[in-house]
Design a protein around this ligand. Structure first.
Ligand code: NAP
Ligand code: GDD
Length: 332
């Protein structure tokens, strides 16, 4: 039985990846913050249905000794390093913390693996935010990076560290360059979930308006459950490499709003208001990925469309809002 460690197992991707690896017969371990272990009811909502099949280890990305301790006591075949401060807007508010967690955290995991388990395969969660002010359209593995936020910069550093451990020490280190991926498990601060959860609250009378920033930004949005399959496949190849994972379509935030409100029979223009404070000091205006390499080398393909994603997120949030409001509203 293969044994894997997932850092960030309580997050959106970590929870889907844990399910996927369990389905494949893996013994799945997770690195979690000690505070999460102390408050499981609130912090383990995404993994509560599989908790009895997981082994969790308390540690923090800010603490090398805590990470070293896990690898000194356990041997893993694969390590999926997903944990990060992942909210771009927060990285403008506190760039120092984001850099510390995302760059040093990645370096600590790599350094501990090199010391204690150099044969363990390592995955780094790179991001399309690394492309930032894009140098070509669509973006692929050879497109140069121009990050536009402390978060993006931290991911470029993590990507470079990962490649350097591969080249300098011969370790199996792979990076995914994943474009935005969402699901009903997405954090509420990200724009898709903010929109679908507020659409549901408006429909059920729990809210009356939705404040957003830049409606014209364009993203390449896919489904997280599809994208974790690509992550897994990256660590099953004969040689480590880096892969873009994307849907190949781009849509604006405005278009997402329009379709999400339309799902419940509403017009977004009646509810969406602009709050300039939600605009970023430097924005990534357009992302669209070319996943040809992942498709041809990994045999990966997405299974859900953009509209499937919106429908699933709205439906899920509507059920939650209806429970909250206690009303028996019917979904159109
Ligand atoms: P997420 O839902 O925000 O999950 C982040 C995870 O990291 C959580 O489990 C969180 O734990 C953990 N974490 C944060 N800071 C930590 C720390 N100091 N010590 C230990 N654990 C810490 O993110 P996601 O959407 O699943 O994304 C997973 C990874 O892929 C991230 O690295 C993200 O940057 C990257 N990525 C995401 C996307 C996307 O569109 N979703 C695209 C490209 C790349 P708590 O639950 O305790 O906070
Ligand atoms: N969050 C948020 N809130 N974003 C808004 C809002 C708002 O009220 N209004 C407009 N936006 C715009 C942002 O300016 C951005 O252009 C776009 O919506 C998407 O923002 P997010 O959903 O916060 O995601 P992101 O693209 O910045 O980052 C996500 O994707 C990256 C991959 O490209 C995160 O998951 C990152 O961790 C990931 O690496």
């Amino acid at each position: 039985m293969k044994r894997a460690l997932i850092t960030g197992i309580t997050g959106q991707d970590g929870s889907y990846l844990a399910e996927h690896l369990l389905d494949l017969g893996y013994e799945v371990h997770g690195l979690v913050r000690r505070v999460a272990l102390e408050d499981p009811a609130r912090r383990f909502t995404r993994i509560e249905h599989i908790l009895d099949r997981l082994t969790l280890h308390p540690a923090s990305l800010e603490s090398y000794p805590s990470i070293f301790h896990i690898f000194s006591k356990n041997k893993f075949d694969e390590c999926y390093h997903l944990a990060a401060q992942s909210f771009v807007a927060e990285s403008f508010a506190d760039g120092f913390s984001t850099m510390n967690t995302n760059i040093n955290g990645t370096h600590y995991v790599l350094a501990a693996l090199r010391e204690l388990s150099p044969d363990c395969r390592f995955y780094f969660a790179g991001s399309s935010e690394m492309f930032g002010k894009v140098h070509e359209v669509p973006q692929n593995e050879n497109t140069s990076f121009h990050p536009r936020s402390p978060y993006g910069i931290s991911k470029v550093a993590g990507f470079d560290l990962t490649r350097n451990y591969r080249e300098a020490y011969g370790m199996y280190c792979a990076s995914g360059i994943l474009f935005n991926h969402e699901s009903p498990r997405r954090g509420y601060e990200f724009v898709t979930r903010k929109i679908t959860s507020t659409v549901a609250r408006i429909k059920t009378g729990l809210a009356t308006e939705l404040y957003l920033g830049n409606l014209d930004a364009k993203r390449d949005w896919g489904h997280a459950a599809d994208y974790v399959r690509a992550i897994y496949l990256m660590l099953q190849q004969p040689e480590p490499d880096d892969y873009v994972v994307a849907s190949g379509e781009t849509h604006s935030v405005r278009e997402f709003c329009e379709l999400a409100f339309a799902e419940v029979g509403l017009n977004y223009l009646d509810y969406v208001k602009i709050d300039p404070k939600l605009q970023r000091p430097s924005e990534v205006e357009l992302l669209i990925g070319n996943a040809t390499k992942a498709k041809s080398k990994l045999g990966w393909n997405p299974t859900r469309t953009f509209l499937d994603l919106i429908k699933e997120m709205v439906q899920s949030d509507l059920e939650a809002a209806m429970q909250e409001s206690g009303r028996q509203a019917s979904y159109q």
